[in-house]
Structure formats: structure tokens, C-alpha cells
Ligand binder design. Structure first.
Ligand code: FNR
Length: 381
């Protein structure tokens, strides 16, 4: 933060707020009502998204003193990879609705800051183009598990060839949640062809069309809508993904400890405790309340990751204390992108990491390794 204060002595203040909860307000002025409603909105009355914040705020850190925190190191090992910090950018699709530079700008920002970028299946840019701007940087691919097996197979082949290493399979979206802010405007980016780039560029997808995408885009959108989710899938279906993907697989959206155990039994490598930022199940358990139960059930067998509601460095600290190995952020970087492109995303990452580093130091920790249940008031329960 001294960089920021020193900038102040030269008359420069940050272009964006360092309190990331304020980015949403500013983005509201910048974006139209449709896009901001889509990004900010939650399922039902928004209660799940509020519960995510409330649960993180309810937990309080209990600092330790006199533990020599001069040298600190945020690095962690996640799924066999050495990461500089316990942070990754969550898969957020359709980013062209907030900024024309879209996913490639977010990916460049992640690469510049050394945090993994998780590219959404529903990105507005084909996965190969995003990979190209990332050089050797760590990139993961999020799969929306299509109804059509050939399309899934083709996505996995393309992702592997483009250098994505970890597969994150989102299971909480077999259909879209009830999202009143979008419903009242009848606003769904996909129906305007946004977020379909990976599909429209896919040979297996194209093979299912009567006419090429450019000749009949409406039919292509309808074909996409028909295969996007599949409510018929069950646990044994995971064997197919396990066969198709050699690298680590993480299941996204796990909230029940029994589902976490089923994930381990199915040969998965990790679970991402998440309620999709409160966008899917209305009245859902707060992700931070589900986290310690999942960690207790499978923490020894699987890598446990977390998202939904993280807005500050101390939120990251709390998630680690509750059993996560690393956390993801979604909306904050989407707002950073909306407000200042790649630089805005880098600003968000840098604020989170600087605040995490300070929270560690001020709480008596030199790194994530010593954070545990006793770092929080009342333990992790
Ligand atoms: C998402 N999320 C999401 N998840 C996913 O697996 N695939 C996707 O394409 C998307 N798309 C998406 C779009 C938008 C606009 C948002 C806000 C979120 C969910 C995302 O990965 C993550 O779970 C949440 O964003 C985490 O919550 P916070 O950090 O936004 O509170």
C-alpha cells in the first residue's frame, strides 16, 4: 500500500476505489441496466448473495502477536501447482457485455499478476484466442457439460491443445436460476449470441447445424440453448470426463459434504465450494457456511477451493481458516474490467493480494500455512 501512499505525495490517487465493494456502484453508472443487472443480480430476492456476504462478515479474525512477520510468503500449492497466492479468477462468461476487451483482457491481467485464469465455457472469445494472449501463464478451463457428448469431447480436446491444465466442471447450472433482475428486462446475453463463441467455433457443434452459423445465427443460438445444460446427468456420468481428461478435475458448486465424498469416490481431484455467487439456488446455504463441513468431509482426500462473496483480503483469510486451499473472485474483477479494462482487473487482484498480505502480517502469520480454525473467533464451526 506504500506505493499508493507515495503516489499520493505526488498528487496521484488510485483511479479506482481500493474498497472493492464500491466497484459495483461505479459500474452501475458505467454499464447499462441490462449488463449491470446480469452481473450484479442473484437468484430470487438476492438473499443467497446477501447470505454469502453475511456469513463471511460474521466470522471474525483473532490476531496473534509477537510472531516475527517481517518476511511473508503468500504462495500455496494447489493441485500440484505452485501458485504465488491462494487466489484465482473465477470463470465469468459473456464478459463482452461489460467491456469490449472482454476475456482476453482479464486473462492478460491474471497472467501479469501470476494468478490462474479460469476461462468460462460461455466466454465471448474462443478459448484458443484467450490462450494465445496468456503465453505460459497458468490457465484452467471451466466446462459447462453439454448434453451432446461429442461437443464435450471436442471442448476437452481443444482445451488440452490450447494449454489449459485444470478442468473445472460446473455442476450447479443444469438450467439457469430464477433471476428477477434479468427476467424483468427479458435480458439474457446468450440469446443475443453473446457467450456462444466456444460453441459457434466448435466443429462438433457446427456438425449439428443444418446451416452454417453465419447463414442462420438464430438457429445456432437455439441449438446452443438446447445443449447448454443437462438436468439428466448423474454421478456415474463423471466416469466419461475422468476418461477424457488426464489432468486435475475440480467439481464446482459442491455444498453438501456427501456430494464432496461422492466427488472423491468418482476420482475427482478437487471440489469448489460455491453457490455460483448466489445466482442459482434462491434461499441457498451461504457458501462460507458450507465450506468447513465440506473441508472436514474431504479435506484429506481432495483439494478444497472456495468462491461466492469474496470481496476483501480478510475474506480470503477467513476462507482459508474455514478449510479452503485457495479462493476465486468473480464479480469484483468483472467490475474492474468494466471500469478500466485490463488495468482494472489488475487493480482488483493487487488490492486483494496486498490486503491479504497485510491481514496475514497484522494477525501474526507469515503465510497461509499457519492459518487454521483457531484463527477465527469461536473456531471454524
Ligand atoms: C458467473 N459465474 C460463472 N460460473 C461458471 O462456472 N461459468 C460461467 O460462465 C459463469 N459466468 C458468470 C457470469 C457472471 C456475470 C457472474 C457474476 C458469475 C460464477 C462465478 O464463477 C463464481 O462462482 C461467482 O462469481 C463467485 O461469486 P462472486 O465472487 O461473484 O461473489
Amino acid at each position: 500500500q506504500y506505493e499508493i501512499y507515495l503516489g499520493g505525495t505526488a498528487g496521484a490517487v488510485p483511479r479506482l476505489p481500493t474498497d472493492l465493494t464500491r466497484l459495483e456502484e461505479l459500474a452501475e453508472h458505467r454499464l447499462g441496466a441490462g449488463p449491470v443487472g446480469y452481473v450484479a443480480g442473484g437468484a430470487g430476492d438476492g438473499g443467497t448473495a446477501r447470505a454469502n456476504r453475511a456469513a463471511l462478515e460474521r466470522h471474525r479474525i483473532v490476531p496473534r502477536l509477537l510472531r516475527d512477520v517481517t518476511e511473508r510468503d503468500l504462495s500455496v500449492e494447489v493441485l500440484g501447482r505452485a501458485l504465488p497466492a491462494p487466489l484465482a479468477l473465477a470463470p465469468v462468461g459473456v464478459l463482452s457485455i461489460v467491456h469490449p476487451d472482454a476475456e482476453p483482457a482479464a486473462a492478460r491481467a491474471a497472467a501479469a499478476q501470476g494468478v490462474p485464469y479460469i476461462l468460462s465455457s460461455a466466454s465471448s472469445t474462443p478459448m484458443e484466442q484467450v490462450a494465445e494472449v496468456m503465453g505460459d501463464a497458468e490457465r484452467w478451463f471451466q466446462l459447462y457439460w453439454a448434453k451432446d457428448r461429442e461437443v464435450t469431447r471436442s471442448f476437452l480436446n481443444r482445451a488440452r491443445t490450447a494449454g489449459y491444465t485444470v478442468l473445472v466442471v460446473t455442476l450447479d447450472t443444469p438450467m439457469l436460476g430464477w433471476r428477477p433482475r434479468d427476467l424483468e428486462r427479458a435480458y439474457l446475453p446468450f440469446l443475443h449470441g453473446v457467450g456462444t463463441a466456444n460453441y459457434f467455433s466448435d466443429p462438433a457443434f457446427q456438425a449439428g447445424l443444418a446451416k452454417p452459423v453465419h447463414e442462420d445465427p438464430d438457429a445456432a443460438v437455439m441449438h446452443f440453448a438446447g445443449m447448454f445444460g443437462d438436468p439428466g446427468k448423474t454421478w456415474p456420468d463423471l466416469a466419461f470426463l475422468r476418461e477424457q481428461w488426464d489432468g486435475p478435475i475440480v467439481l464446482k458448486g459442491v455444498l453438501h459434504p456427501d456430494d464432496a465424498r461422492l466427488a472423491a469416490d468418482a476420482g475427482m481431484d478437487g471440489v469448489l465450494v460455491s453457490n455460483h455467487g448466489g445466482r442459482q439456488v434462491a434461499g441457498c446455504v451461504a457458501a462460507a457456511d458450507a465450506l468447513p463441513r465440506v473441508a472436514e468431509a474431504v479435506g484429506e482426500r481432495l483439494t478444497v477451493l472456495f468462491d461466492s462473496g469474496v470481496r476483501t483480503g480478510d475474506d480470503i483469510f477467513k476462507a482459508l481458516a474455514l478449510g479452503a486451499r485457495a479462493v476465486l473472485v468473480g464479480r469484483p474483477y468483472a467490475y474492474g474490467l468494466a471500469l478500466d479494462g485490463q488495468a482494472g482487473v489488475e487493480h482488483v487482484i493487487r488490492c486483494l493480494l496486498a490486503e491479504l498480505d497485510l491481514t496475514l502480517a497484522l494477525s501474526g502469520h507469515r503465510g497461509p500455512g499457519t492459518i487454521g480454525p483457531d484463527s477465527l473467533d469461536g473456531g471454524a464451526a
